[in-house]
Design a protein around this ligand. Structure first.
Ligand code: ATP
Ligand code: MG
Length: 743
């Protein structure tokens, strides 16, 4: 103690006073509430080290929960370097990772088979689809994604079918019935989806007093990062594991809550304060961004209501202005980004210091293409998930079957891949027999073999024999050899090698990369599973978080959501358009819009020194060309902090000017403060794609009255325009017949 009075403890040296106070706070429930880049994650990491070194807490008494596996491994690294020792005994992971670990340890108590498999999003949807088919339900009416969403939402809230009432609503009744059927099927197959991992691990601790006692005793110190994005089950899970005597230490920022759509409850921050009587610490100094960037972020988020309210300041006053680029289309936007990345690299900065952030995964493609063409290495986080690629999932399905023959999802996936003459009718019979006998497809196949027509029986028998041979053949091999053998002997490699196009090549490369992944795989500590089983679990859990070769310096591409908690010297926020960001569904939804704004705040605050924003006038996305107005968030930025990037090309012919047709002056503005540049020469290139009336213009319609032009779709005679009418609401009209007049 006296040491604290005089010079700070060595662990506390690199912290400011507020951070220091939080790190060395008494062992009691604590909430650190602070804005972006104020050192919350730093405080959490130091707290872990502080507990171990100063409070004598055994590393295994700590449980640290982060949001991504990447963040977890970073935290482990940071704690190790603070403590100068390996932190193997420490439990650090995501909620899902930790729940998975608990279920592996307590599979029996959880009512699961020892080698249960994890269903990822895609597998889950497949299973739902299969059930719908079995129930003869029309997919148009019962959209698989929506049924899946219903099931996951209920699980995230901790509800089983028996807790749900249909309230006299037949649709709801059917959804509840499907949830029930789905869960029974999962239990029968021994598979666990992501939401189930959490709910099940919660239930097993709740229902087994000796387990609750054990973990409460063990994990006195639960640390949670990004607490604002916990959902109900996660919060209940924390309450359960901490019990009355635990001292949870959680950090978060209500302004960065961006997963409401996945069940996150920002209210948990207030509940935590109340339920645990937590002491609250606030941090106000931002260490990440320049004054300009922070000023812009503060100004945007200020427009949200119901904030807990925090101030953020930085010593790094000033800084480069935020650069805003109005691109002609998505290719022009990508070219702009590439050019700036080249500039960035020329000045000697690593490529990894630049990140391109977008609202939806589909947007990565145009940047990937441009980067590839420019031969600039890049990595996509999220989007093109390595472990989600079809060929990888095929290989994993073979591997899974060698472990668990009753894995129907895997069975269906590869029974006829590469094609081996197992036709639809054989498959239907298999499914029918499995359903009637309440058994797996594998068992059904054995039963059917003697009665199938000779040709079908031979084909099916070939598959069964193959799996059995693979299973016995790989025993005793090293993990990566097992993977290699399965890829070869299953015929997958050859199948893709035969494909003529470059996609086949890429698939073979991916399969080879899977062997590499297996070679570099080290299982989680304390994991007593066979190596292959833990590799398969890892593949499911970890999908998406790493991609291209690790360790190579490359540009980072990711969605705004997956950028949470990260920071980059140079950030590009692209696709800043109404209907894209904010997303289509949130534009007119007062509930969803604030979350989009928080997402914008998250994006801006990832930037340390340089921030580029861009939008495109026309964009090909989801297979159509769309014209969208610049994002409202651009208009919310203080004009003084923004510099428009003027096109370098000069005008080579007069601008197409809609004012000649409609009388309004051509002003292309994002809002009152921000005038966006129009690239004239590029407009010329777009002949035929020009807009009759600019986006955002006020128009009058003979019947619907006055409104604002939101977007266009299509060209020529079939061009449609969407207008938001003051009295009549939003309408899509055929432009050629709409008789719109600019006001
Ligand atoms: P986010 O809300 O985005 O998750 P955060 O609050 O978790 O941000 P950190 O990532 O912990 O913030 O810190 C932001 C940056 O500021 C990091 O680079 C961190 O190392 C640095 N930093 C934090 N506190 C200090 C400090 N006292 N001295 C120097 N650098 C600091
Ligand atoms: Mg953080």
């Amino acid at each position: 103690m006296p040491r604290l009075m005089t010079a700070p403890h060595p662990l506390l040296v690199a912290l400011n006073d507020a951070q220091r106070a939080a790190v060395s706070a008494p062992l009691a429930p604590t909430l650190v509430l602070a804005g972006a880049g104020s050192g919350k994650t730093r405080v959490l990491t130091h707290r872990a080290a502080w507990l171990i070194e100063e409070q004598g807490v055994a590393p295994q008494g700590l449980l640290a929960v982060t949001f991504t596996n990447k963040a977890a491994s970073e935290m482990r690294g940071r704690i190790e370097s603070l403590l100068h020792m390996p932190s193997g005994a420490l439990w650090i992971g995501t909620f899902h990772g930790i729940a998975h670990r608990l279920l592996r340890r307590h599979w029996r108590e959880s009512g699961l088979p020892q080698h249960f498999q994890i269903l990822d999003d895609d597998d889950q949807q497949r299973l739902v689809r299969k059930l719908l088919k079995e129930q003869n339900l029309d997919e148009q009416r019962w959209v698989p994604r929506e049924v899946q969403g219903f099931i996951n939402r209920e699980k995230d809230e901790g509800r089983r079918p028996k807790h749900l009432q249909d309230r006299g609503d037949p649709t709801r009744r059917e959804l509840i019935r499907l949830y029930d059927l789905y869960q029974r099927r999962c239990d029968q197959l021994g598979v666990v989806d992501f939401a189930e991992l959490l709910l099940r691990s919660y239930e097993v601790i709740r229902d087994q007093p000796q387990l609750a006692d054990f973990y409460r005793h063990r994990f006195r110190h639960v640390l949670v990062d990004e607490f604002q994005d916990t959902n109900s089950v996660q919060y209940d899970w924390i309450k359960l594991v901490c019990g009355k005597s635990g001292t949870p230490f959680v950090v978060g920022d209500d302004d960065q809550s961006i997963y409401r759509w996945r069940g996150a409850r920002v209210e948990n921050m207030q509940h935590f304060r109340r339920d645990f009587g937590a002491t609250v610490f606030k941090l106000e100094q931002n260490y990440r961004s320049t004054g300009v960037i922070l000023g812009a972020a503060n100004e945007v988020i200020r427009r949200n209501e119901d904030r807990l309210g925090k101030e953020l300041w930085t010593e790094a006053a000033g800084g480069e202005p935020i650069r805003l680029y109005a691109a002609f289309n998505e290719r022009d936007e990508a070219d702009f980004v590439i050019e700036r990345i080249r500039e960035h690299a020329r000045s000697g900065r690593p490529l990894a210091a630049a990140a391109v952030l977008y609202r939806s995964n589909a947007q990565s493609r145009s940047f990937e293409e441009a980067l590839m063409a420019a031969r600039i290495p890049y990595r996509v986080y999220g989007g093109l998930r390595f472990f989600e690629r079809a060929e990888i999932k095929d290989a994993l399905a073979y591997l899974r079957l060698t472990q668990n023959r009753s894995d129907d999802v895997s069975f269906e996936r590869v029974v006829n891949l590469p094609t081996r003459g197992i036709g639809q009718s054989t498959l239907d019979r298999l499914r029918e027999t499995a359903r009637a006998g309440g058994t797996s497809l594998w068992n059904a196949a054995q039963a059917l073999l003697p009665v199938l027509p000779a040709r079908a029986a031979t084909a099916l028998n070939g598959f069964i024999g193959l799996i059995d041979r693979l299973a016995s053949g790989i025993g005793g091999l090293e993990l990566h050899e097992q993977v290699r053998r399965v890829i070869e002997d299953s015929g997958l490699r050859e199948h893709h090698a035969k494909e003529k196009d470059t996609r086949g090549e890429a698939r073979v490369e991916n399969l080879d990369e899977l062997v590499n992944a297996a070679e570099g795989f080290t299982p989680e500590v304390e994991d007593e599973l066979p190596l292959l089983a833990s590799f398969l679990a890892h593949a499911t859990l970890e999908s998406g978080e790493t991609q291209a070769a690790e360790g190579r310096d490359c540009v980072q591409l990711m969605t705004l959501h997956s950028a949470k908690g990260l920071e980059f010297p140079t950030v590009f926020m692209v696709g800043m358009e109404e209907g894209l960001f904010p997303s289509e569904r949130s534009v007119f939804d007062p509930e969803k819009l604030p979350e989009e704004r928080r997402l914008c705040y998250v994006g801006i605050t990832r930037a340390m020194q340089r921030l580029y924003l861009s939008h495109a006038e026309s964009r090909r996305i989801y297979g159509r060309t769309e014209y969208r107005a610049p994002s409202r968030f651009l208009a919310e930025l203080p004009a003084a902090l923004v510099e428009e990037v003027r096109p370098r090309l000069s005008v080579s012919r007069p601008l197409y000017d809609p004012s000649t047709r409609h009388g309004g002056p051509r002003r292309h503005t994002a809002g009152p403060e921000v005038a966006t540049a129009v690239a004239p020469a590029r407009r010329q290139a777009a002949k035929g794609e020009e807009l009759p009336i600019r986006l955002g213009a006020r128009v009058r319609h003979p019947k619907f009255g006055e409104g604002v032009v939101l977007r266009y779709e299509g060209n020529g005679d079939t061009q449609q325009v969407q207008v938001n009418f003051e009295n009549a609401g939003q309408k899509w009209l055929m432009y050629a017949y709409a008789k719109l007049e600019a006001v």
